[in-house]
Write a protein that binds this ligand. Structure first.
Ligand code: GLY
Length: 576
């Protein structure tokens, strides 16, 4: 062989080795490894909150204690969604195998009526007075009542309430350094935050705005937390905080009164149980729709070999989207607060019923949403949010999702409290049959009624191994897209064998019946797959966007906890 030929072969060999050596690196770099913790793990959307949770566990607290401390800390360091002015759901799986679902969803004030958000011409009110912005948009907050219930019934007993509130109070009092993301996000919401004096002063620095690196202090919130620290959660509902909220509401044509606050109670609900390919799934019952919709879709999907179809294939998306379309149609008709409406949970999850619904799916044709109504069930019975997951060393797991609904909720900070209030009233059907903030259409059962809880999509979920121990727990933020994110992460683990981080990071889709379009992610679907789905008659949303963001923890066979924060969002999983 000539010298030049040998040189060319050598160069080609070196080049090929270089390319092949890159390939696995690129595959690994696409999604990070989950964070490992031999004993415990806290995965939340802020490093400071996760650290506080781990500290509580190290001091002898359990996952429930840590969940309360993390939730209070997020109210300070993650004000877009962390809160004491909103509400949520906490799923608890105890080490002894008992499961609990705490409902601390907001309630409509006593003065709220069916048409409170509709003007005299029958149109939905926009801006101040609407279900999304301003004083009338808030339901009665449930977060502190929920945390108090969880603490009293499920806390370790080794940590005091004061120890749980103090870290959050200190963060509000002493401040923390603003990240670029939070500083810019506050400015992005200036238009509405500026309308409310306390929001303008606290979050917009009186129009001078905050920059990355500023020390961000919230003295009024620190005072509120200090009262709650000393007097307990009841202070928020009957003490000075309650009086301040009620007075500000009264002065601004709001609906929440002292009586509303005094009457608020968090509730324990019976967790919703279902299975997917033999694995038990524990999730949130109504007033969340999340658990039912997810279990309906999963049950319909069991008829297909999803694993063989492949993760990102047109075949899989076709059945997933069609099943979602049908489940969301049922959501609109049947789901609401079970204390006010008959939610036919068992019928909606009945195998025969769902097989009938599934049988209408055509594998190569989209069904127009206008042709899909809710199913005929036999008889009758009953942008923004944040999720965190915690596993302690003893084997207790908490999956908690809570919210003030839209980013920065109603944008109102109740005067003198530092508490940003929710706009959860928009999760009611403000005008049954008309779309809400998320484009969701909802029915009469979810109409506004005094003391009722608005229907939610929050889906804190725990999946068990076949021996009954916890396999993984997760949840997400993102309105109705939460359901799609949680459900597809579950499918990714069970059908596609992914670890928790890969399952959460993998591209996903969302279809909620109306608007009749597939929401998809940037680079989430190949042009070929989109072409095939279009040829079936599907329409795509005008542009791609993230389908919610999730956090979760998986427990491996050696008991090691693997924490995962969605690469779509910020946050930190911390283990030890
Ligand atoms: N506020 C969003 C939800 O509860 O679904």
């Amino acid at each position: 062989m000539k010298k030049t030929t040998i040189q060319i072969i050598l160069v080609c060999f070196v080049f090929a080795s270089f390319i092949f050596s890159l390939a696995p690196l690129q595959a690994v770099a696409a999604t990070p490894e989950p964070v490992r913790g031999k004993h415990a793990m806290v995965a939340s959307q802020h490093e400071l909150a996760s650290k506080i949770g781990i500290d509580i566990i190290k001091k002898g607290g359990n996952a429930v204690d840590a969940a309360i401390a993390v939730g209070l800390a997020l109210a300070v360091v993650y004000p877009e969604a962390g809160n004491i002015g909103g509400g949520g759901f906490m799923m608890i799986r105890q080490k002894d195998g008992k499961t609990f679902a705490i409902d601390y969803r907001e309630k409509a004030p006593l003065a709220a009526t069916r048409d409170v958000f509709v003007d005299k011409d029958g149109n939905l009110i926009r801006g101040e007075g609407s279900s999304t912005i301003g004083y009338r948009a808030s339901g009665v907050p449930g977060t502190l009542a929920g945390f108090d219930l969880a603490f009293r019934k499920h806390g370790s007993g080794k940590i005091t309430w004061k120890q749980l509130v103090q870290p959050a109070r200190l963060l509000a009092q002493n401040g923390y350094v603003l990240t670029d993301r939070l500083a810019n996000l506050l400015i992005a919401f200036k238009e509405h935050l500026a309308k409310y004096p306390d929001s303008n002063r606290i979050f917009l620095n009186n129009g001078k705005y905050f920059q990355e690196g500023d020390l961000f202090k919230q003295p009024e919130l620190a005072q509120t937390l200090s009262r709650v620290e000393v007097q307990g959660a009841k202070e928020f509902y009957t003490g000075k905080t309650a009086q301040l909220i009620a007075a500000d509401m009264k002065a601004n044509n709001g609906l929440i009164t002292l009586e509303d606050l005094k009457k608020y109670e968090a509730k324990e609900r019976t967790p919703l149980r279902g299975t997917y390919r033999g694995y038990e799934i524990l999730t949130m019952p109504p007033p969340s729709s999340g658990g039912i919709v997810m279990l309906q879709v999963l049950r319909m999907l069991e008829a297909y070999d999803v694993k063989a179809m492949g993760h990102n294939s047109a075949a899989k998306y076709q059945v997933l989207i069609e099943a979602s379309r049908r489940a969301f149609a049922d959501r609109a008709e049947f789901m609401a607060d079970p204390d006010f409406a008959d939610v036919p949970v068992a019928n909606l999850l009945d195998k025969t019923y769902l097989e009938k619904r599934r049988a209408t799916i055509d594998l190569s044709k989209a069904t127009a949403s206008t042709e899909i109504g809710h199913g005929q069930i036999a008889g009758s019975e009953g942008t923004e949010t944040t999720h965190y997951t915690i596993a302690d060393a003893a084997g207790n797991v908490v999956s908690n999702t809570y919210t003030i609904n839209d980013l920065y909720g109603s944008r109102v900070t109740a005067k003198g409290t530092g508490v940003l209030l929710n706009d959860e009233m928009d999760d009611f059907a403000a005008k049954p049959g008309k779309a809400n903030l998320y484009g969701l259409i909802q029915g009469e059962r979810n109409a506004v009624q005094p003391q009722k809880r608005p229907l939610s999509s929050m889906t804190p979920t725990i999946v068990l191994k076949k021996d009954g121990s916890v396999w993984f727990a997760l949840g997400a933020r993102g309105g109705p897209r939460i359901i799609s994110a949680v459900m597809q992460s579950v499918i990714n683990v069970i059908d596609h064998g992914m670890d928790i981080q890969t399952a959460i990071d993998a591209p996903r889709v969302h279809h909620q019946w109306f608007p009749d379009e597939i929401n998809y992610e940037m680079y989430g679907m190949s042009p070929d797959t989109m072409k095939i789905l279009s040829s079936y008659g599907h329409k795509f949303a005008g542009r791609p966007g993230n389908i919610a963001s999730a956090t979760g923890i998986m427990i491996d066979d050696d008991g090691v906890k693997l924490g995962a924060i969605d690469s779509r969002s910020d946050g930190e999983a911390i283990g030890y």
